[in-house]
Structures are given as C-alpha cells and as structure tokens.
Design a protein around this ligand. Structure first.
Ligand code: BLA
Length: 762
C-alpha cells in the first residue's frame, strides 16, 4: 500500500495572497482527527496522520477499510444511518465512544466524501451548556438595548461570558471591507482595540467568501503543528488527491494569518460571521492569549448569539434611519407649508431653520434671477455663485449629492469649511439658478491599527511577504469630507426642490397673466379714448376746420387788389392744410368706428357691394382711365358698410399708386383655400376660407414692408407724390379682423401688388 499526504505546499506571497486556496490546505489542526469516507461504500479514503494519538490506530491501519471493520458494529450502524441522511443535522452531532473516550463528531459532505471530524470532549464527557439560561439572557438583551451599538456591546459581553475568551470584539466592515472594532468586551488588563480600524487586506477576499459559507472558525492554538491528511496513492480513483475543507472545523489555517496573529500576540481565536443580505456585515472576533479549545456545544451557543445579532442588525439600522427620517419629514412639511403660504417664499422664508433641518444641512442657498438667498453657514457670495454656475453647467438636469465635493469640483478645497458635502438641484430657468444644501467639513481621524500602507511587509530574505509587524496606532486624518447624506435627507431635498420649482413656474405664469391683464386694460383705455375722438372730431375739430375753409375761400374768391400775391398764396396753403386735416379726421373716425361700432352682419351678394364701390369711384376711374376685371364674387355674411369701405380703400389705392404714364389695371379673382395655406398663424388649419385677390400693376413695395403697411400712419411713399393719411390699410386690417378674416399683401416693386383678403366660408 502506497500512502501519500495531500498537503498543499504552494508558497504564499504578495502576488498570490488573494488567491491562496485556503479551503484545500491538505492539513488540519491537531486538537482532533479527521476521516474522509467515500459516501455509499463507507470506505475510509482519507485519514489525518494523528489518528493513533486518539484511537491507537495508525493511518495505514485505517485507510482502505470499511467503517464496520474499525468501529463496534452498533456504533458503525448508527453512524451509517446518520451519515446517509439527506441533510446532516450539525446541531445534533454524532457521539462516538471508542475505548472509553467520547468523541464529538462533526459530519458533513464534501464532494463524494463524508468528512468525519472527531474531537474528544475537553473534560472527557459531553457537558451541555445551560441553554435555557443562555436563551433567556439573549432575549432580555434584545429587549433592553434599542440602539445597534448598545446591542453589539451586550452581545460582546454575553459572548465572553459564555465562551471565556480574553477578548471579544464586534468588528464591522465598511463598503471597502476595511473593518472597525465597534464594541469590545475584554480582560481588564488588556489594552483596548475599541474604535481601531483595520485595512481590508487583513482579511483577503477568498477568506471573506469562505466565511459567508462557513460562519464559525476556531484556531485552538496558534503555535500548533499542522497535521497532514493522508490517502492511498494506488486507490482506484487516481488523482483524487485534494479534499475541500471549506466547511470543516479542524481545517488548518493560512500561514499568513497565523503569522499575523503571532505578530499580534494572540494564542487562540474564534470567529463568527455576521451576515446581512447575504453579505459580510461584520464578525464576532474572539482572542485568547493562550491556547483554547471551545467545546462543540459552547461553539453552537456562540454561533446562536451571532444569529441573534444578525437578525437584529437590519431591524436596528432601519429603526435608526427611520427616526432620522421622521425628523426630516417634519422639517420638510414645515418648509412646504411656508412655501405654499407665502407668495414670495424665497424673499420671505429662505432663512427658515426648517429648510436646513429637512436635510440636516449646516447651510443652504438659493440662486434665483441673479440674486443669492442664504441660510446658515455658507461660503462668501463670489465663491457661492461660482459653485452655482459650475453645477448648472455640469449637473443641470440631474441633481447631485456628494459628501466630498472636491471629487467633482477642483475649487472645493477653499470652501470645505462650509461646503465639503452638497445636495444640488437646478431650477429650470438656465441662468445658473438652483438650490443647494451644504454640509461642513467633518475632519475624521481614523485610528488604524498599524499603518495600512504597510499591511504587507517584505520579510528578512525579501522573498516572502508577511503581514505587518506593528499594530501601533497610526492616525489618518481625512479632510474635505462631510458626513454622508442619508437617503431620507436627499429625498426630502428632492421633494422640496421640486415643489420650489413648481412654485416658481406658477409665479412666472401669474406674473405673465398680470402683465397681460394690464396690457388689456391699457388697450381698453386706448379704445375708449379713440371713441372719444369721434365726439371731439365732430364737434370740436370739424366745425372750426370748415369755418377756416369757408373764410379762406371767401378771401380767395374776392378780387381784392389790396391783397398781395404772397398773402393769397398763404391763404391758399392754409385752406389746403385745413382740407387735409379734415380728411385725416374722417379717416381716424372711420378707423375708430371700425373697432367700436356695433357689428351687424348681413348675408349679401359681394358683386352688389363691388358695383356700388365702382359707382362711387366712377370719377376717379375715368380720370385715371383705369380698367377693372372682376370674377363673380360669392354671397357672404358681412358687415356691409365695412366691406364697402374695404373695397373703396383697396381699389382707390390701386388707382392712386400707379407708375407714371401707366393706366391702372386691377384684376379681382376668387378662390377657396384652407387655414394652413394662409400666411398667418392665426388662421385655423383645415378651416376653409374664400380668398379674394386684388392684383394691380402699380408701383408695388418692398416685400420687407408686407406686414408694416397695415399699421396706422405707416407710409412707404412720399406724401407729396402719393397723398393720403396713412390710415387706409389699417382700417382694412381692422375690418378683416371684424370678419374673423385676414388681409395679406405680396408685391414686386415696380411690377405691382396683390392684396389678398380671406373670409371664412361659414
Ligand atoms: C483571516 N484575518 C483573518 C481572519 C481575521 C483576520 C479575523 C479570520 C480568521 C480567524 O478566524 O482568525 C483579521 N483578526 C483580524 C483582524 C483583527 C483580528 C483585522 O483579530 C482585528 C482585531 N492577513 C494579512 C495579510 C494577509 C492575510 C497581509 O494581514 C495576506 C497577504 C491573510 N487573513 C489572511 C488569510 C486569512 C485571514 C489568508 C484566512 C485564514 C484562514 O481561514 O485560513
């Protein structure tokens, strides 16, 4: 028979430390012995080298044998029944008695093997702890300690009482898996590790993964000599030469870690995993300063303690966050109430303490319309505005919260005193407007147990690297950082920012409405004044003008030799001016009437209106030898005298604005169209309109004026050449508005113009 050990002799160093296969060391600790049995056939395939020390049988006497060949028939049968069960119950371990010694036997399956780990009871017999008392203590601890830290302290005390270790620590991981001792129970003479921090490298990733699967480990004596596991090399299954000891209690420990513990001066340890949501939240870490073997049932009690604690971690953490959440909610409600009750919240209430409390901030600021509104502790104005501008340029539609502004804003160092951490929300107007909550710098001192940069040191021969030798306190000062923002705080800040934005939008709309209302009132006033012109013109202006004209005519008609030619000329001019003035008054009157006079619509034949207009303009037409061609016009529901006025204005313009030596020619055409084809956004898409186009061969005008020519007193051509008041087209526009229609002009200078009027067909 050829027997060989399966010891893993790979050397650990810096490059493979994180991948050291700690689950297959091929050795065990010596406080018990191990048998690996092929499941189903009960043949011993693996055996630790120390079997004889416990049962007087050497490995070569055990390997290859069946269980019933070694153990008394009754015990062998009982064991085989126990080991064949689907799930092996570790809380009910199997007790072997051999040659008068009782062994606690932990059994689990590893691949095709059943692993038996036999430990003699330390005091010779099975000694059950008083579980009733222990459980009662746990429950009273749960009930009395409400805060997580208190609970951890109580669990540390209780674990030490049950297990008797010199030091019991509750060790909590941060997100990077650096750890901190958050509670400690210890022998009085020992130096405290409380509050110390240890780098993540102290417990490498594969160790952490293993501790999720196997929540309890014991190192009974740091100075132990590992015991090799043996197997028969010429067994039928060649190559099956490693045994996965992940779930084993006797598994030998990584030499790296042993060195670490020696450096720390520790003699024995027990470690229990604390899991939250399937992740390692922390450890219960126990140290003893001499060798220590904890009996199986006491281990289970300590493990139960760990389970109790983990079941409470989430509950306490949520409860503590909930308490903060409640305070924050209260402050949010008061801030929102102020916002809703104050028309001008920013001016009136931006200094309310509740605005700070809703995010537990030390300062807050709002930047709106180029003005700063500040609350609490804030940087000086220039720096604050620069920060707002930076944030609005980079985080406009996102919002942001950070406990270290310096990570994103290079100038943050100068303002850390006020704004090491911020919550930011932009306000949509775009000019850097936004709201900020600020938190002061909280300089943190981390008490590293030894310099974390020297977690791994080259040793004397410079080849192997070993864990650090010094655990002397090494202080790290963390600057430019605030306390982290809690979810409830960032949520409250978002809710408030959203409400503030709505409030501001609403104010802008209301201000616009106010402006519109004032404009409307002004317009009504203007209309009223215009209506007054009607009265003034008839009574106060027209009468004196007529008198001026009559007297002027009388003077001119008289053949008075005493009147010089110069005086006559002046009087003539005076008469002419009065005539023009009268025309102007009449036009203004028509314009004002077009807007104010009661609108009486009649369904009427437009051809009739046109022939009346042509009759009225008869003299003018003959005088200029104008020709007018008109297609047949439709019946329309119109205000007859206004449409009459409209045609008068348009046709007389066409006759007036002619090129020298040219006879005016006017073509009136009719078509239908729909709103989207009319060049104004006021037309209703899909609605049908009549288009009546008056095309002339006149002097035309520059296209740039096609809108402005419809404004009052807009003249494009010199008055001495083309006389008129400049109101005619404004009247036309108003008339079309009265008919829910539009007027539009196209022109090519020197060729002619087309005036299109659009009436809704219905
Ligand atoms: C394992 N390291 C561990 C364990 C702890 C620590 C608790 C679990 C094993 C156990 O039960 O003891 C670390 N122990 C601590 C810390 C305190 C403590 C921080 O008491 C604080 C009070 N360790 C190193 C370096 C390496 C390393 C540099 O410092 C590797 C290069 C390795 N640590 C290492 C390994 C294990 C380990 C491999 C797994 C040991 C095993 O389970 O085999």
């Amino acid at each position: 028979m050829n027997i060989k050990d399966i010891v893993n002799r790979d050397i650990v160093n810096l490059t493979n430390c994180e991948s050291e296969p700690i689950h297959i060391p091929g050795t065990i600790q010596p406080h018990g012995f191990l048998l690996g049995i092929k499941k189903g056939v009960s043949r011993i395939d693996f055996c630790s080298a120390n079997s004889a020390e416990f049962i007087g049988l050497r490995p070569e006497q055990l390997l290859g044998k069946l269980i019933p060949e070694i153990f008394p028939a009754e015990q062998a049968a009982a064991f085989m029944q126990y080991a064949d069960e689907e799930i092996i119950d570790s809380a009910r371990p199997f007790v072997f008695s051999l040659n008068g010694t009782f062994f606690n036997t932990t059994v689990h399956q590893s691949g095709p093997n059943i692993i038996l780990e036999l430990e003699p009871f330390p005091d010779g017999t099975l000694n059950l702890p008083n579980l009733y008392n222990q459980t009662r203590n746990f429950v009273s601890i749960m009930e009395k300690s409400s805060r997580l830290l208190e609970l951890c302290q109580d669990i540390a005390d209780e674990t030490r009482a049950i297990t008797g270790y010199d030091r019991v620590m509750i060790y909590r991981f941060d997100p990077e898996y650096n750890g901190e001792v958050i509670a400690e129970s210890k022998r009085e003479d020992l130096v405290s590790f409380s509050g110390q921090k240890y780098p993540h490298t102290d417990i490498p990733v594969q160790a952490r993964e293993l501790y999720i699967r196997n929540p309890l480990r014991m190192i009974a004596d740091i100075n132990y000599t590992p015991v090799p596991l043996l197997t028969i090399d010429d067994s039928p299954e060649k190559g099956n030469h490693s045994l996965d000891l992940s779930l084993s209690i006797l598994r030998s420990v990584s030499p790296m870690h042993i060195e670490y513990l020696k450096n720390m001066g520790v003699g024995a340890t027990l470690t229990i995993s604390l899991l939250l949501n399937h992740k390692l939240w922390g450890l219960i870490a126990c140290h003893h300063y001499s060798p220590k073997i904890l009996p199986h049932y006491t281990r289970l009690s300590a493990l139960l303690q760990g389970h109790f604690l983990t079941s409470q971690i989430a509950v306490r953490e949520v409860a503590e966050e909930f308490e903060i959440g409640e305070e924050v909610d209260k402050a949010l409600v008061s801030s929102l109430t102020l916002l809703h009750e104050n028309e001008n919240f920013i001016e009136a209430c931006h200094q309310s303490p509740s605005l700070l409390q809703l995010a537990n901030a030390t300062g807050a600021a709002i930047y709106y319309n180029g003005k700063l509104y500040k609350n609490g502790l804030v940087p000086e104005d220039g720096e604050l505005i620069r920060l707002f501008e930076f944030l609005s340029a980079n985080y406009a539609n996102k919002g942001l919260d950070t406990d270290r502004l310096l990570d994103i804003y290079p100038d943050a160092g100068a303002i850390s005193k006020f704004a090491a951490g911020i919550i930011y929300h932009s306000m949509g107007s775009g000019n850097g407007d936004g709201i900020l909550w600020l938190r002061q710098e909280k300089i943190e001192t981390i008490n590293w147990a030894g310099n974390p940069d020297k977690a791994i040191l080259p040793n004397e021969d410079g080849v192997r690297l070993s864990p650090r030798k010094s655990f002397e306190l090494w202080k790290e000062i963390v600057k430019d950082k605030s306390l982290p923002w809690k979810k409830s705080e960032t949520n409250a800040a978002s809710s408030f920012s959203y409400a503030l934005q709505k409030h501001i939008n609403f104010q802008v709309i209301r201000a616009q409405e106010d402006k519109n209302r004032i404009l409307n009132e002004e317009l009504q006033m203007a209309n009223k004044e215009l209506a007054n012109l009607n009265w003034i013109s008839t009574h106060d202006l027209k009468e004196p003008l007529r008198k001026i004209q009559i007297f002027a005519s009388k003077v001119l008609d008289r053949e008075d030799p005493d009147l010089s030619a110069q005086v006559k000329d002046s009087v003539e001019r005076m008469r002419f001016a009065a005539e023009k003035m009268q025309l102007l008054i009449e036009d203004i009157l028509t314009y004002s009437k077009a807007g104010t006079i009661e609108k009486v619509f009649k369904n009427i034949d437009l051809n009739l209106v046109l022939s009346n207009v042509l009759a009225e303009l008869q003299d003018n037409i003959e005088d200029k030898q104008a020709t007018i061609h008109a297609e047949s016009l439709p019946y329309l529901n119109i205000i007859p005298f206004q449409v009459h006025q409209l045609f008068i204005n348009l046709i007389s313009n066409a006759i007036k604005f002619v090129k020298p030596e040219t006879q005016p020619e006017i073509r009136i055409s009719v078509s239908t169209t729909t709103g989207e084809h009319i060049p104004t956004d006021k037309a209703v898409a899909g609605k049908t309109y009549y288009r009546i186009a008056l095309a002339d061969n006149g002097i035309g005008f520059d296209e740039a004026y096609s809108e402005r020519i419809f404004d009052v007193f807009q003249r494009l051509h010199p008055a001495h050449k083309y006389p008129g008041t400049g109101i005619g087209l404004a009247i036309c526009k108003k008339i079309m508005e009265n008919h829910n229609g539009f007027i539009h002009a196209d022109s090519i200078p020197g060729e002619g113009s087309v005036f299109s009027i659009y009436f809704p067909t219905e």
